[in-house]
Design a protein around this ligand. Structure first.
Ligand SMILES: [Fe+2]
Length: 161
C-alpha cells in the first residue's frame, strides 16, 4: 500500500530578493488580478506573474510548459475551510508572507497531518486530500506552481491582460 504524502520540503531554488519584493508589492496591488472559481469570496485573490518573474520560474525551477505559475493572497480571513482542490492534485508553494498558518489534512473528518509551512522555502503540498488552513493571522501570500488538470487552463502567455 502506498502511503499518502501530504507535504514535502523541496530543494528548489529560493527566490532572489528583488523578485520576492516585487511579488509582495504585486500581492498588494490591484494589477493582474485574475478571476477565480471562488466566486462570492472577497478574501482571496490570485495574480498572473509579470513576464520577467514567470521567466525566472521557467528557467530556474524544474517545471515544464504544462505548469502554471500564480501568486495567491488570502486576507481578511483567519482560515480556509476544509476542501479538495478541483483544478489540481498538487501544488508547489513558496510562502512569501510570514510563517504561522497551519495546513491540516483530514481523512473522514479525522485530522491526519498538520504543518506550519516555513517562509521562503518550496514545499510540495498535496491538495487532492481534504485540507484546510487555519491561524492565518494577517494574510497568506504564496507563489504557487502547479499542473492543472485541464490542459486548456490559461497560461500567462495565453491571456491578454
Ligand atoms: Fe486547497
Amino acid at each position: 500500500m502506498t502511503e499518502n504524502i501530504y507535504y514535502k520540503k523541496l530543494d528548489w531554488k529560493i527566490l532572489p530578493k528583488n523578485i520576492h519584493d516585487e511579488l509582495f508589492i504585486l500581492a498588494h496591488s490591484s494589477e493582474n488580478i485574475r478571476p477565480t472559481n471562488r466566486r462570492g469570496r472577497d478574501n482571496y485573490h490570485h495574480y498572473l506573474l509579470p513576464s520577467s518573474i514567470e521567466q525566472w520560474c521557467r528557467s530556474n525551477l524544474p517545471i515544464d510548459h504544462r505548469y502554471v505559475c500564480r501568486l495567491q493572497r488570502f486576507f481578511d480571513t483567519d482560515h480556509i475551510p476544509k476542501h479538495i482542490d478541483q483544478s489540481r492534485t498538487a501544488t508547489f508553494n513558496y510562502l512569501l508572507s510570514e510563517t504561522g498558518p497551519i495546513t491540516n489534512w483530514f481523512i473522514e473528518d479525522q485530522l491526519i497531518e498538520s504543518i506550519i509551512i516555513p517562509q521562503h522555502q518550496w514545499y510540495y503540498v498535496n491538495v487532492s486530500i481534504t485540507h484546510s488552513v487555519n491561524h492565518i493571522d494577517q494574510e497568506r501570500i504564496a507563489l504557487c506552481v502547479f499542473m492543472p488538470h485541464d490542459s486548456e487552463y490559461p497560461t500567462s502567455s495565453s491571456i491578454k491582460i
